[in-house]
Design a protein around this ligand. Structure first.
Ligand code: FES
Ligand SMILES: [Fe+2]
Length: 466
């Protein structure tokens, strides 16, 4: 007979003995002004709205727990200011947009886009108000249909993070924004948790992306000055498929092609998306990303740009667009990360060996938050002379049939060589890097690299968005 490990607290039917509280994570979850993580997040640029969401009227937005008003002035420039007017607090969502800036509806104070007070029409001309006060304002950058802001100390504003994937040649970028009613960290951590793909996306309710994902991947994590990348590898017949993932702290990530079907050798596939996970406040988050569409990485045109936009994207499980019952039958990422609760409880978790990426990321975040609290600023992203920041996200596929030895070890060694090639070439501009990676990786093939994978047509079936 099975013996309980503890007669007072048996393991079976022991709901009564289990903790009912789920103490929420505090340090890395709170993003409001003055919180340790909020201060840390205010050292980075964050996207917060799509250009398509802004019309000729001011728009109330919330970012990092602050209520703000975004507007496009009559000259076409964007302004992002604190919602409440510096005079007596009327909301600037009712402001009158000016040639340069915005005028409060209540007593007509006019603010420039940088928050300086340009006019106080009810005050005497000699009033010192204009020079003594200002409206809180933040700098804004608009790029390819996405609007970013930096909400930290102006004196240490970093350069706008122009990733190499944001300027790929012959590429169409389509932005999307999807809201999740939960804390940012549980959304962001999803991309450092490659093992969920085998379960959530494949074994649990059938393949949402590809049957091949049912195999547990072989994962190798690498530290970088700004976060991590990892190789995520599987054998597909005679091919070794390595997905490269970026995760830069605090909230940037890229993965390989969304609809990679492993049909043939590929040396330097580039990411299917470029994504930030922006905290709206402690319990609301926006995934803001570009999907990339190009002939190189999606030669069969399985991506659907028309399905990408506000509240939607073209791959499965990223929103609550599908009916609840459909999502119960085949839950997606959105269902999983939101179901952790408004703010998840790290103290209630039981992490295992598949959670190494989560543990690495949390340790890194905590260290950077602690460092900042001690006055050590996070290291700014450094663009190359070309002006862009090198990333690794994408796919490498090599023709390396199993050789009868330890296949997992073989794949691991290939991954290390591929990672090294990506790292060794990161200072090169795109075309040169592509050529250099090809030259470094082509010799790793141990069989004809021109052979097409005979299985690619039948094993890759992509579920349509619900
Ligand atoms: S409240 Fe804005 S001008 Fe008075
Ligand atoms: Fe996922």
């Amino acid at each position: 007979m099975e013996k309980p490990t503890d007669t007072l607290h048996p393991m079976k039917f022991s709901g009564y003995h289990q903790p009912k509280e789920r103490p929420v994570e505090e340090l890395t979850a709170r993003v409001g002004p003055g919180t340790p993580c909020g201060e840390y997040m205010r050292r980075y640029w964050h996207p917060f709205l799509l250009s398509s969401q802004l019309d000729h009227r001011p728009k109330v937005v919330r970012v990092l727990g602050e209520d703000l008003v975004l507007y496009r002035d009559l000259s076409g420039d964007l302004g992002l200011v604190h919602k409440h007017c510096a005079h007596r607090g009327a909301s600037l969502e009712f402001g009158i947009i000016a040639e340069h800036g915005i005028r409060c509806c209540y007593h007509g104070w006019l603010f420039g886009n940088d928050g300086t007070i340009l006019e106080t029409p009810g005050e005497p001309p000699e009033s010192p108000h204009r020079h003594k006060y200002c409206q809180g304002a933040y700098p804004v950058v608009e790029f390819q249909g996405v609007i970013f802001t930096y909400m930290g100390p102006p004196a240490i504003k970093p350069a706008f993070p122009m990733m190499d994937a944001m300027v790929m040649p012959d590429n169409q970028m389509k932005p999307y924004l999807i809201h999740s009613p939960c804390n940012w960290q549980q959304v962001s951590e999803n991309s450092m948790d490659p093992f969920h793909v085998a379960f959530l996306h494949t074994r649990v309710s059938g393949p949402q992306f590809s049957e091949v994902f049912a195999t547990l991947p072989i994962i190798e994590y690498y530290d970088t000055p700004h976060g991590f990348f990892y190789t995520n590898a599987r054998r597909v017949g005679d091919f070794v498929w390595i997905r490269m993932h970026d995760h830069l702290v605090p909230n940037f990530s890229q993965n390989g092609a969304i609809f990679e079907n492993v049909s043939h050798v590929r040396y330097f596939g580039r990411p299917g998306l470029t994504r930030w996970v922006t905290p709206i406040d402690d319990t609301n988050t926006a995934v803001i990303a570009w999907r990339h569409f190009n002939d190189r990485d999606d030669p069969h045109h399985q991506g659907r740009p028309d399905d990408v936009g506000v509240g939607k994207t073209d791959f499965y499980g990223q929103s609550n667009e599908a009916p609840y019952e459909v999502r119960q039958d085949s839950p997606g990422d959105w269902d999983a990360w939101c179901s952790l609760g408004p703010v998840t409880s790290h103290a209630s978790e039981h992490l295992g060996s598949t959670d190494r990426g989560i543990a690495l990321l949390r340790r890194r975040l905590k260290k950077e938050i602690d460092d900042l609290a001690q006055g050590i600023e996070p290291k700014a992203l450094e663009p190359l002379s070309s002006g862009t920041i090198p990333t690794t996200g994408g796919d490498t596929i090599l023709r390396i049939p199993a050789n009868g030895g330890d296949d997992r070890q073989l794949i691991r060694e290939v991954c290390q060589k591929v990672a090294q090639a990506y790292m060794d070439t990161q200072l090169l501009p795109d075309a040169e890097r592509r050529a250099a990676i090809t030259a470094l990786l082509a010799p790793l093939n141990t069989a004809d690299p021109n052979e097409v994978n005979p299985d690619h047509g039948k094993i890759f079936e992509f579920k349509t968005v619900g």
